[in-house]
Design a protein around this ligand. Sequence first.
Ligand SMILES: [Mn+2]
Length: 430
Amino acid sequence: MTNMISTSVIDAENAKRQEALARDYETLGERFARRSIDIDAIKRKVAAYGVAVPSWGVGTGGTRFARFPGQGEPRNIFDKLEDCGVIQRLTRATPTVSLHIPWDKAADLAALKEKGASLGLGFDAMNSNTFSDAAGQAHSYKFGSLTHTDAATRRQAVDHNLECIEIGKALGSKALTVWIGDGSNFPGQSNFTRAFERYLDSMKAIYAALPDDWRVFTEHKMYEPAFYSTVVQDWGTNYMIAQELGPKAFCLVDLGHHAPNVNIEMIVARLIQFKKLGGFHFNDSKYGDDDLDTGSIDPYRLFLVFNELVDAETRAAEGFNPAHMLDQSHNVTDPIESLMVSATEVGRAYAQALLVDRRALDGYQQENDALMASETLKAAFRTDVEPILAMARLENGGAIAPVATYRASGYRARVAAERPAVAGGGGGIV
Ligand SMILES: [Mn+2]
């Protein structure tokens, strides 16, 4: 805990920026007042908003070509939690961590829970891993896991998910996220129908073990690691799964798991309408499942997703309670900096979506005024809401400028001194 960022560093950095922020916030508030928008009400919503950090995101990621380690990478889940604690300390926007088993296995779960609590962190959805082989496991997942042709391999994959639920129960998690890499690389290699039947049978066994107050999120992905067919390839299949399993099953939308140019915000609207939107893995993408930083490529798309979420929130859509998580791979940046910026970008999209004049938008839609409907969204998207985000962070005890404050703290150099460089390490691309 000696490495944690001290209040004096945060105060000193905030002091440099506080006066300008107060002026910017006031000026923005005046502009909002002319449109009868209460800036404090927006700020309160932003201040209460949180997104979960993926434990695997604080390590440096890589590609199938190479991984270039960073300085002071976390060696285990306790180190990862400290890094996540820094992100929450400075942004006040990431109160929970999403764990990945077996990467985050710990012998003492009570100690892990206590460590989280000491850093102000809770535990979000548990993530199982049957897309790679753990050391010493009896059956390989080379040709599949929950859908494998061999019953013993399927059983092993089911049992792993049951173990994830047990670990999650000890930590206070309330959800399990299941993503499988199962699929095929050649036409004819796999029988589509039988593979999906086996998937549903396996998932039913997992679903049966869910506690009453838990949810299971299934994550679709178009391709990769299988390059010809994937068992849970799109949101339609994902919706069928959630329908087949029952009321505790929901669809998880990872923004990078779709074909280029797919209208993701529309998928989100459909899943909300049919009460099966479980949550998100936020990231950004240019070509495929790039796992780039959220909002770094297409911030307007992120805004349009949040436009659907705020629309549902505003009309109190039945069954609407999505989990918000980041899922990124940081190959060329300091992961802590990327995750802080990404958490801020998600909050920015939320704040901008709150500014949409929904009554006006509804009127333009009724009148078929395409141009003004589009302009109504654009007006919200163009608004610089940074003073709202910064003020929310400041009032919550965080940093006005998280990255600058983090750099001023010298945290990375401190942990680099005590954490030896890691050559290999886990993956990070899910
Ligand atoms: Mn994901």
